[in-house]
Design a protein around this ligand. Structure first.
Ligand code: GLN
Length: 474
């Protein structure tokens, strides 16, 4: 998609101005129904950037692959000249004085930011219904959720309001909405993309990730946003050509794909099981070796995540005190304590408050050893399990979501049912490994996604495998 648009620009089949207009018109036409965007950049600003690119093309100058390509970002990434709400009332009017590294890197390529997308508040949720502003609808079926928490970005890409978007994935928030909307969502290895300027949810799990129409596009974006950043001490200095030689040699018939048996048991909808198994048969028919494996600790990944993640949330969200990043308007404040209570009480929605309370509890003295410390020990075991299995196989194949996209309102009163949406995705965040959602089938016009998981820092091999597999399975 991105390469095709680039070709059209350099062949002068379309101008950058017309390209931008085309996406702005689609937004105008479709977003009234879908509600993917929280804010848009002023048309004048967007078109001015596009005009400059057209001037370059007309002068015969070369342009980058991403030059003039519009994009959107989830509203938890800072971008200059935009509000960054993280889907929360407490940040309703917050404008940052600096920009997130990922957004800056894309802008340096002169890709054109056109808007900020809706999300579950502070990225907590699996349906985008936890946005403090409005829910986003699934473009495949407007009565259903687009997944979450990056539901706005997924819906925007699916409905062609932008060619690509950024989301963030802490427990599945890019892969699950990609699965629900029938697009590609790639969560890179932890540390490969700078988190600077991403509003932190759980810092040891968060990663900025692309949502795209194809694996090729995901790879293009990843190459631009990956890299070490002095503003994020957890970002890694890995050469972008990592294992380039190995990539060249990638052949499906030389690869072993593991099916973790725990992922195909109870809790998985029959139709998803059937369709993912059919996709696996197609991969096998191309000569790949398929092997059943066991990830016995995977049963503990979800409970482990739901302790570590709220613990980190309780620490990260302490900074929103009603003063430093703005607060809720028109509150009657009596004293400082009252200011904290009222801003946090009214500014945060119920899911955010629930997680802060849970996180504070698991970190409190007396319970720390029983919960937080135990979860860290379990995390280590899960890591060891992944390391062990990747000695036997090159990649793992699992469903991305245990269910089809559900109806708006269907799970919003049942947090536990909602948490179970992440059962197949959280493992990759707990252990930091890369994983990607590929659309693999449709059932009653609803998409089904397959998840491909690679070993830590095998991002490029994973993308090469995914490029072949996306063509085979659908
Ligand atoms: N749905 C998961 C949660 O609610 C994942 C969130 C995420 O990846 N940001 O925690």
């Amino acid at each position: 998609m991105i390469k095709e648009l680039h070709q059209k620009l350099i062949n002068k089949e379309i101008t950058a101005v017309d390209l931008a207009r085309c996406y702005l018109n689609t937004i105008e036409e479709k977003d009234k129904q879908i509600n993917a965007f929280l804010s848009l950049i002023e048309e004048e600003k967007v078109l001015k950037q596009a005009e400059q690119i057209d001037e370059k093309i007309n002068k015969g100058e070369n342009i980058n692959l991403l030059e003039g390509i519009p994009f959107a970002v989830k509203d938890n990434m800072l971008a200059l000249g935009t509000k960054t709400t993280a889907g929360s009332k407490i940040l309703e009017n917050y404008e940052s004085s600096f920009e997130s590294t990922a957004v800056k890197l894309l802008k340096d390529q002169r890709a054109i930011l056109i808007g900020k997308t809706n999300m579950d508040e502070f990225a907590m949720g699996s349906s985008t219904e936890n946005s403090a502003f409005f829910p986003t609808k699934n473009p495949c079926d407007l009565t259903r959720v687009p997944g979450g928490s990056s539901g706005g970005s997924a819906a925007a890409v699916k409905s062609e309001m932008v060619p690509f978007a950024l989301g963030s994935d802490t427990g599945g928030s890019v892969r699950q909405p990609a699965s629900f909307c029938g697009i590609v969502g790639f969560k890179p290895s932890y540390g490969t993309v700078s988190r600077h300027g991403l509003i932190a949810m759980a810092s040891s799990l968060d990663i900025i990730s692309p949502l795209t129409q194809s694996v090729e596009d995901a790879e293009i974006i990843f190459k631009v946003i990956a890299g070490q950043d002095s503003m994020d001490s957890t970002s890694l200095n890995i050469p972008i050509d990592l294992d380039k030689e190995k990539n060249k040699e990638f052949k499906i018939e030389n690869s072993v794909f593991g099916l973790p048996k725990e992922y195909f048991q109870k809790g998985l909808d029959d139709v998803i099981k059937k369709k993912v198994e059919e996709a696996i048969k197609k991969i096998e028919a191309q000569g790949a070796k398929i092997k059943e494996v066991s990830l016995s600790t995977s049963l503990y990944a979800l409970p482990c995540y739901y302790i570590i993640m709220p613990a980190e949330i309780s620490a990260n969200l302490a900074r929103f005190d009603g003063i430093r990043y703005g607060g809720v308007k028109d509150l009657k404040i009596e004293n400082l304590r009252d200011l904290y209570f009222k801003n946090r009480g009214k500014g945060f929605g119920p899911e955010v408050r629930r997680r802060i309370i849970l996180g504070t509890y698991v970190l409190s003295s007396g319970y720390y050893d029983a919960y937080y410390k135990k979860a860290q020990q379990v995390r280590k075991l899960i890591n060891e399990d992944f390391n062990k299995v990747f000695k036997e196989v090159d990649f793992l194949i699992t469903p991305t979501s245990p269910t089809l996209p559900f109806k708006i309102g269907e799970k919003s009163d049942n947090p536990l049912a909602m948490y179970l949406s992440d059962v197949f995705t959280v493992g990759a965040n707990i252990s930091g490994v890369p994983a990607i959602n590929l659309p693999c089938a449709w059932e009653n016009n609803l998409p089904i996604g397959l998840q491909l998981i690679g070993s830590y820092l095998s991002d490029y091999q994973l993308l090469q495998a995914a490029k072949l597999i996306e063509k085979i399975i659908i």
